[in-house]
Write a protein that binds this ligand. Structure first.
Ligand code: CA
Length: 424
């Protein structure tokens, strides 16, 4: 697929600092507000946000067939419901407007000063209203680690795991944008030395490093999306933290899976990086053995090479990296997840969020949760300030970062961050 906006040689007249997550080749979509503006749609470029309402209302997006007011909304849902092709037209046009040799906006000082808002003057908001949230479990390393810890180290995967992308339906209402405080959850916990549960705040609060994709089209109940067309329904990706209370989870999850241990909050990064912008970073996934059923069969490069890191910042301290991994390790790819999700006729809605499941790599420093990094609390991490962690403490901030890089172009996600608070 030829996408002009992805050309690594493109340059912009906007000042983009080296190492920025948001060069002209990215152009991720989000929703922001300022002291003077109610929430509207924008696109990130360097340290600026481009106001799409202003551009639309002043003729810069003419000819793209966009409905009036499409960007003047609290959420991007109506825009992304127009489909991936329409979003591609908008991104291509924005790329053109921002090119170093295009004078339309560059030489229109009045327009430029209104349309480009310094990032530090905006508040980034939840970019979509999430109708439905599904959490997969698609990292073989993660599923194996958990299976080894709680079941059988010699046979950690359950019999279904390599035949279908395992998932559960999560809670959409408590998905919050990066920067939102996370309240330490309370619930039932059964300590190992008692026969009955106690009511307590969670003592084993954890993060899960994930990437979620956001659905950009609608299907009807009864309709299935074939695996080869699945990517047409993916608008873009965000970093995703599936906060998890391990002690609540361990007691409640039998037989229907996690409930209150997960649904108290999940955090997403504010910028939706389009699947179009990630095209150059395609890579092959792991070989799938045994062979999957025909409805799940994919060919070619269906995984994405996205570097990921987790930083932990104690109260009053500095952030330090506690894990580095890569999205490329995922056993099940997004097309397979989506084909499986709809194979029974389950319908999709624009804004649906489908998270990957914890992304763990093959080495102990590449695990995507504290459960694995501390091996369920048996191997405490030692931080730079000399303190140790098995699970999260009050005042800890967890920060995810992610970026893809190739041919001198870095396409990044910004940050996905949340701080643990506890009102006693
Ligand atoms: Ca998860």
């Amino acid at each position: 697929m030829q996408i002009k906006a992805n050309n690594p040689n493109l340059k912009t007249w906007v000042d983009v600092p080296p190492g920025s997550d948001f060069p002209i080749q990215n152009l991720p979509f989000g929703v922001f507000k300022t002291r003077y503006l109610s929430p509207v749609a924008g696109v990130a470029i360097g340290n600026y946000v481009l106001d799409l309402v202003y551009l639309h209302e002043n003729g810069f997006l003419d000819g793209l067939g966009l409905p009036p007011g499409i960007f003047n909304q609290r959420y991007l849902n109506d825009f992304i419901a127009l489909g991936r092709k329409k979003a591609r037209l908008v991104r291509e046009r924005l790329s053109e407007l921002l090119r170093h040799d295009n004078e339309e906006l560059r030489d229109n000082k009045a327009a430029r000063e209104i349309a480009l808002i310094p990032m530090q003057e905006v508040q980034l908001l939840m970019p979509v209203r999430v109708p439905n949230y599904t959490d997969f479990y698609s990292s073989m390393e993660h599923a194996s680690n958990v299976g080894a810890m709680f079941r059988d180290p010699n046979n950690p995967l359950l019999p279904n795991w390599k035949h279908l992308p395992v998932a559960y339906h999560g809670r959409a209402s408590s998905i919050v944008v990066s920067g939102t405080d996370i309240h330490r959850p309370k619930g039932q916990i059964k300590p190992p030395d008692t026969d009955t549960p106690v009511f307590s705040t969670s003592r084993k609060l954890d993060f899960e490093l994930e990437i979620a994709f956001i659905i950009g089209g609608e299907t009807k109940v009864g309709q299935s999306v074939p695996v080869d067309l699945a990517e047409d329904y993916i608008f873009g990706l965000v970093l995703f933290n599936d906060w998890s209370a391990r002690d609540i989870q361990q007691w409640e999850y039998v037989p229907l899976g996690p409930f209150l241990s997960k649904n108290f909050a999940s955090t997403v990064s504010p910028w939706i990086v389009t699947l179009d912008a990630l095209e150059p970073f395609r890579t092959k996934g792991p070989e799938q053995q045994p062979e999957v059923l025909p409805y799940l069969k994919t060919e070619g490069e269906r995984n994405l090479d996205i570097h990921l890191e987790v930083l932990l910042q104690p109260q009053g301290g500095v952030p330090e990296v506690i894990s580095r991994t890569n999205f490329r390790h995922m056993y099940w790819n997004m097309a397979q997840q989506l084909a499986h999700h709809t194979v029974n006729g389950c319908n999709l809605q624009a804004g649906d969020m489908m998270a990957s499941g914890t992304i763990s790599g093959p080495t102990p420093l590449s695990y995507g949760s504290l459960l694995e990094l501390s091996w369920n609390g048996t191997r405490p991490l030692v931080l730079g300030d000399g303190s140790t962690r098995t699970f999260l403490e009050d005042g800890d901030t967890v920060i995810f970062r992610g970026y893809a890089e190739k041919d001198g172009v870095r396409v990044g996600f910004g940050e996905c961050k949340g701080k643990i608070v506890n009102e006693k």
